[in-house]
Design a protein around this ligand. Structure first.
Ligand SMILES: Cc1cc2nc3c(=O)[nH]c(=O)nc-3n(C[C@H](O)[C@H](O)[C@H](O)COP(=O)(O)OP(=O)(O)OC[C@H]3O[C@@H](n4cnc5c(N)ncnc54)[C@H](O)[C@@H]3O)c2cc1C
Length: 433
């Protein structure tokens, strides 16, 4: 009987430590240094942040997304899920624990596909939390469809020369290097004709044309770059993985990235849920507490049900990743988590916002930000619709058509078969009547 929903006491103690640490030491950073988590540390911030990172290292909780063979602490995805749901409460917590997106996914692909020299140059400082990275895949005209990518890398002697445009390359403005997906062979399909390159951000020809902001960012400011690559020359050893192998590299990256977002979303949704419950118990109107009104009870019950289902599903998916050690075998579940994630966060944060009345929609509570975050989750790492298609295709692989004109569960046929199965007994009964 191998089913077990318990966390081992030793790791639970670490989780309890992390929970208290994030609330007391890390969440204040969100208030004092809001939206600066991807800005390289200046002296003042370093004095505060470095000792926190050191404390996390001492607890053995630094960069736990990678296994020891890949340079991380390696507690596995299930334990990472339990940790990430604590970190999801805070903007800064993933940085302080060395497991922030998009750097986790980027570290993962360098660990998997990088040469020893690439690992030393890019992975080591990334894991040490000293530099940031950016993943430069999406193109303005192509969006979620890699078959429409046109950014081209051509051979020139020992070098590659990259030309084209990329859109929404998050954190490019503060990243030390970019991971760029480019067409290297236009004659074959996108699945075989694209390659991945490691490009230092200060390489001549890399031009950040605009930093696109999200809702709430001041006009003209933001973290998602429109980049022009104009004759960007990199040496042959900038190729990450095999020539033509970008698709396999991208899949490795996105599998981990998506499920890690889902893990953190549990924590964020839990925060909204806790806020809703506190408010429901605290606020009185029209003769009773909000908690005593059936509408509000419905909000709480619906939110609890969504949160618990989502959490168990994400934990089970993480458990499967550990078990199979292969994202491709868990693709259906990762895509399902990606599909469900925006709705769970949206619905719970929306109800929490409603229960807080006018205060809920202000910039004095984090609830509207969460709802905006839910909208972002329905697009970043691929739109929900595309993942639904993946889920459906994967699900249908496990099903077969019937060659009969009637469905296999057609009752008249099943009833006839059941009667035939028990024919002897049925005749006896009828005969005895
Ligand atoms: C906050 C944020 C951060 C991001 N960070 C990065 C990053 O670091 N690096 C990077 O490379 N990219 C990044 N992206 C880009 C992201 O991957 C793309 O936005 C996404 O793939 C969709 O592309 P698009 O926005 O051009 O939408 P489009 O591809 O134009 O799609 C628009 C809409 O069309 C519909 N649609 C699209 N395809 C299908 C389909 N096959 N079937 C049915 N309906 C469909 C959906 O409703 C979809 O929302 C980021 C995006 C956001 C919002």
């Amino acid at each position: 009987m191998a089913w077990d929903f318990e966390t081992d006491p030793e790791y639970q103690a670490k989780l309890d430590w992390a929970d208290a640490f994030v609330r007391a030491e890390v969440e204040p950073l969100d208030l004092v240094f809001a939206d600066q988590q991807f800005v390289p540390l200046d002296e003042a911030r370093r004095k505060i942040v470095d000792p926190l990172k050191e404390e996390v290292r001492r607890q053995g909780l630094w960069a736990t997304h990678l296994g020891p063979e890949l340079g991380g602490q390696g507690h596995g995805q299930l334990k990472l899920a339990l940790l990430n749901e604590i970190l999801g409460r805070s903007q800064w917590a993933p940085i302080v624990f060395g497991c922030q997106a998009p750097d986790t996914g980027n570290a993962e692909i360098i660990a998997h596909y990088g040469t020893p020299a690439q690992k030393e140059r890019y992975l080591a400082p990334l894991l040490a939390g000293e530099i940031f990275s950016s993943y430069s895949m999406t193109e303005p005209q192509a969006g979620a469809d890699p078959a429409r990518f046109t950014t081209r890398a051509t051979r020139d002697g020992d070098d590659w020369v990259i030309d084209g445009w990329k859109f929404f390359s998050s954190n490019a403005r503060t990243a030390s290097f970019l991971i760029v997906m480019a067409v290297t062979d236009p004659e074959v399909s996108a699945y075989e004709g694209m390659s991945m390159f490691l490009v230092p951000t200060d390489t001549p020809g890399v031009e950040i044309v605009r930093d696109v902001g999200l809702f709430g960012d001041p006009p003209g400011e933001g973290g998602h770059a429109l980049i022009r690559y104009a004759g960007v020359r990199v040496p042959a050893d900038a190729l990450l993985g095999a020539e033509g192998g970008a698709f396999a590299v991208a899949q490795t990256r996105l599998g981990g990235g998506r499920i890690h977002h889902a893990m953190r979303t549990i924590g964020l949704a839990q925060k909204a849920f806790d806020m809703m419950c506190e408010r429901a118990l605290s606020r009185e109107t029209a003769g009773s507490r909000l908690a005593d009104k059936q509408f509000v009870q419905g909000y709480i019950a619906d939110s609890y049900a969504q949160l618990v289902q989502f959490r168990l599903f994400v934990l089970h998916t993480a458990w499967k990743i550990d078990k199979y050690d292969d994202y491709r075998r868990v693709r259906k579940d990762i895509a399902t988590a990606k599909v469900v994630m925006p709705t769970v966060l949206h619905d719970i944060a929306w109800r929490a916002m409603q229960v807080h009345g006018a205060l809920g929609v202000t910039n004095e509570l984090p609830l509207f930000r969460m709802i905006h975050g839910a909208a972002v989750m329905g697009l970043a790492d691929g739109p929900t619709e595309v993942h639904k298609v993946t889920v459906a295709k994967q699900v249908l692989r496990d099903h077969r058509p019937t060659d009969d004109i009637w469905p296999s569960e057609w009752l008249p046929q099943k009833r006839a078969a059941a009667r035939a199965k028990f024919a002897d007994h049925l005749e006896l009964e009828v005969g005895n009547l």
